[in-house]
Design a protein around this ligand. Structure first.
Ligand SMILES: NC(=O)c1ccc[n+]([C@@H]2O[C@H](COP(=O)([O-])OP(=O)(O)OC[C@H]3O[C@@H](n4cnc5c(N)ncnc54)[C@H](OP(=O)(O)O)[C@@H]3O)[C@@H](O)[C@H]2O)c1
Length: 305
């Protein structure tokens, strides 16, 4: 994904289609739904009448989120909760079999859960392993586990995945020419994406990462999102004619715990745009796109992943 020079500006937020193509039978899974943008997304989807699975890695935090939704007057009839730690393979297995038993089919997956351990102006790689394991491998593992469960497409329906990513993971943030070329290649593979991530972690371990052209701002987080974008691009190509759309969305600088409460807009604002993208009418639904919200006031930038 090369953001520079490929801007398409859409009106923002995209209108929720009318008449709605979804119903309370439409099932959406949101990871990291107990707070921040994930919580706001669960609330938004519930308000719009979908069946929402709020997942949280911590049971108690998940139940507290449900209580908060209730206290905010959200319609909870179609909100379900299940514990899910995306960095834990056995948690993914347990979740997947519960989901299959309860719903049989999935319509929308929002890979929202993510971590960063840096303060706004801090660029440490101390927690690189956890950041990569969660933001890239966690979302990838869950996606792979749920892929067989997506509802088959029809002329009026297409399942979709929205990966909550970041502009910090844009290809133009990497200064290593070989890696840049690889990421831009039309023939990019998942193995190459994983190879890039392993190389980054190796450079972190041997203390050479600063001289290898990796992103300078939130380096571990940026590489994790770069890998998520690359993976999404490969998957989008793989599923192009199979009725599954895969896109990434950067919510912009949003006021959540990840940013210490700083940001240009609220989690509810970010969720409104993310939900509109996730609910694009089947006829307008794209795949392999990278959307950046709040890039300019009232605008969403849309480029090829
Ligand atoms: N805020 C921004 O400015 C911004 C900008 C660009 C992209 N994003 C992306 O937006 C997404 C949401 O972030 P946010 O800003 O809403 O941050 P947040 O308030 O810190 O929320 C992060 C969520 O992810 C969950 N999580 C972390 N590790 C997990 C794991 N292993 N398994 C399951 N859930 C896990 C957290 O759970 P706990 O409560 O248990 O920690 C929390 O629910 C992230 O992917 C982030 O990278 C945010």
């Amino acid at each position: 994904m090369e953001v520079k020079g490929q801007e398409i500006l859409l009106s923002s937020p995209p209108p929720i289609s009318s008449p709605r193509w979804w119903s309370s039978e439409t099932v959406v899974v949101v990871t990291g739904g107990n707070k921040g943008i994930g919580f706001a997304l669960v609330k938004r989807f519930a308000e719009l009448g979908l069946s929402v699975v709020l997942t949280s890695r911590d049971k108690e935090r998940g139940h507290k989120a449900l209580d908060l939704l209730r206290s905010q007057g959200a319609f909870l009839l179609h909100v379900h909760f299940f514990q899910l730690d995306i960095s834990n393979p056995s948690s993914i297995t347990t979740f997947t079999s519960w989901f299959k038993h309860k719903f049989q089919a999935l319509d929308i997956l929002v890979n929202n859960a993510g971590v960063s351990f840096n303060e706004i102006h801090e660029n440490s790689v101390e927690n690189a392993d956890t950041v990569i394991k969660t933001n890239f491998y966690g979302s990838k593992m869950l996606t792979q586990a749920l892929l067989p469960l997506f509802r088959p497409s029809s002329p009026s329906f297409s399942a979709r995945i929205l990966n909550i990513s970041s502009r910090l993971g844009s290809i133009n943030k990497i200064r290593n020419p070989k890696l840049k070329e690889m990421l831009q290649s039309e023939n990019l593979t998942i193995e190459e994406v994983e190879g890039m991530v392993s190389l980054f972690l190796k450079n972190v371990k041997d203390g050479t990462w600063k001289s290898q052209g990796w992103p300078e701002i939130w380096p571990d987080y940026a590489v994790s999102k770069m890998a998520l974008n690359g993976y999404s691009r490969v998957l989008a190509k793989l599923y192009k004619d199979k009725g599954l759309s895969i896109n990434c969305f950067c919510p912009g600088f949003t006021q959540t715990s990840m940013t210490g409460g700083k940001g240009t807009h609220t989690a509810d604002d970010a969720a409104t745009v993310a939900a509109s993208l996730a609910l694009s009418p089947p006829k307008d639904l794209q795949t392999g796109r990278f959307y950046i919200g709040f890039h300019r006031p009232g605008k969403i930038m849309n480029s090829k992943l």
